[in-house]
Design a protein around this ligand. Structure first.
Ligand SMILES: Cc1ncc(COP(=O)(O)O)c(C=O)c1O
Length: 480
């Protein structure tokens, strides 16, 4: 590393985020609440891995985890953490679930991978996913490895099928950070941070509604009402119509997260997806739902979209699906995916046999009778405890909650709803010291999503709530 502190580039200034200087980086590592092995490895990571990695943004220094067991993680010094990230849902059923691990071992000894070609596990998985997707009529499945490539495939095939260029996405949605998806992603700062990389030229954005900030008089922190969808409809007859009379439109698909996850676990008002479905139907547009994070039980239903009583045309799933291994699947109405000729699409690592074997166990578990009811019960246990915490700490201004989909919003003034990102930053630091692995987000940097495993034991829920209560208290004291 160079001795000279690096300076801000124009892009970083635009994104509002400063690059780390070497001195800041070393101070972060030296002050991290880790043991000697983790400290040493963090120094090595800083010298060999990209500082653009999310770990350097989520934590001052990410803990170096060696072992996972259900909802617990252990770092290289044996420190115990409650996993409230679940790999952003990639470990949605906990770390090293015994049945998933067994299936992985067994399949690895039989067939690990067969290029992007069919094998028994994969064919059976496509059949199961098609049936479970809830998409009307015949379906087809296209496998991939990551959420991003699943989304890219959805956009590619929607454009090819319709012959139209535009994809409309909600502001704040996260659909990936790969070259093909970052233009669709408007989560705080991520799109700007990609400059001068290419972004998608044919993307339009519309506002994502959220009840807590729908009707705030303060324009700086409000304006998240459903009227955003009126504006979207107007734009279809204006911006996206090639004709002066507003007829027709050049929109292939509306692509949305049913609930907005990476931005901070926001639950939209009930009518959100229904209104989008109606708009799509009226204007001949495909509706694609990105269930990469909301899917497979997180919201207490198999898919997040089910809360709205609609059916999508395309659905992307990943994360929890692979039981900890990389796997994604695009499920679509048959005619949409069949528009492609053979070899139109290829992905060497797609539909890996070991990952497919793990996915079967995941599907067995999340579709087992009573599983989703249990998700709801665990979510309720969290919500009851969080309400008690909010009563003691008015800084916890709002709690988004559906199933175990939990987003906590922190404010310095509960009446004006003034965001408190500094408090969130202290909560994360104190939480890490207390062994809580917490995410953060929010349009104003003032939210903490809780993303535990869907089967987190009740005693760990209670331990989390008690630790969170103390953590918030200590973080609040830090402000005075
Ligand atoms: C809703 C959503 N879509 C897409 C992605 C991208 O998935 P991946 O990181 O596996 O490419 C994510 C990742 O967080 C996501 O939450």
């Amino acid at each position: 590393m160079s001795e000279k502190p690096r300076t801000l580039s124009a892009v970083e200034r635009a994104a509002g985020e400063a690059r780390l200087t070497e001195a800041e980086l070393l101070a972060r590592i030296d002050n991290a609440p880790f043991g000697p092995k983790a400290q040493a490895l963090a120094h090595r990571a800083a010298r060999c891995e990209s500082l653009g990695n999310v770990g350097w943004g989520l934590f001052p220094v990410a803990p170096v985890i060696e072992r996972g067991e259900g909802s617990l993680l252990y770092d290289v010094d044996g420190r115990r953490y409650i996993d409230l990230l679940s790999g952003f849902s990639a470990s949605g059923l906990g770390n090293c679930h015994p049945a998933v691990t067994e299936a992985i071992r067994e399949q690895a000894g039989r067939l690990a991978h067969f290029f992007d070609f069919p094998h028994p596990e994969r064919i059976r998985l496509a059949e199961r996913l098609g049936g479970l997707s809830g998409i009307e009529g015949e379906t087809r499945v296209l496998f991939g490895t990551t959420g991003s490539d699943g989304v890219e495939s959805a956009v590619k095939t929607a454009r090819f099928y319709t012959g139209k260029p535009y994809v409309l996405v909600a502001k704040g949605d996260y659909h990936g950070a790969s070259f093909g998806t970052v233009g669709l992603t408007s989560r705080r700062g991520m799109n700007a941070a990609y400059f001068p990389g290419g972004t998608d030229a044919h993307v339009g954005f519309f506002g994502f509604p959220h009840e807590y900030r729908a009707s705030l008089p303060d324009p700086e922190f409000g304006g998240f009402g459903m009227e955003a969808l009126d504006e979207l409809e107007r734009s279809l007859k204006g911006t996206f119509s090639p004709y002066a009379d507003g007829s027709g439109n050049l929109v292939a698909a509306i692509l949305v997260e049913p609930f907005q996850s990476s931005s901070g676990y926001y639950v939209p008002p009930r009518g959100y997806l229904k209104r989008l479905r109606d708009i799509c139907d009226e204007h001949g547009i495909l509706l694609a739902v990105d269930e990469v994070q909301t899917g497979l039980g997180r919201t207490g239903k198999l898919w997040g979209y089910e809360h709205s009583g609609i059916r999508p045309d395309l659905l992307v799933t990943s994360k929890t699906l692979g039981g900890g291994l990389p796997l994604s699947a695009l499920v679509a109405r048959a005619e949409v995916l069949e528009a492609w000729r053979p070899t139109a699409h290829i992905n060497t690592q797609a539909g890996n046999a070991v990952a497919c074997a793990a996915a079967h166990v995941v599907l067995d578990l999340v579709t087992a009778p009573g599983f989703l009811d249990e998700v709801d019960r665990r979510g309720e246990r969290f919500k009851t405890g969080l309400d008690r915490i909010a009563a003691r700490h008015p800084s916890l201004g709002y709690i988004d909650h559906t199933g175990i989909y939990l987003g906590l919003e922190f404010v310095s003034d509960p009446v004006r709803k003034t965001p408190d990102p500094a408090l969130v930053s202290r909560i994360r630091t104190v939480g890490l010291q207390r062994g809580l692995l917490l995410d953060h987000g929010g349009y104003f940097g003032n939210r903490i999503p809780l993303i535990p495993a869907l089967n987190i034991p009740y005693e760990l829920i209670d331990e989390t709530l008690a630790a969170l209560d103390e953590t918030i208290g200590e973080a609040e004291e830090g402000a005075s």
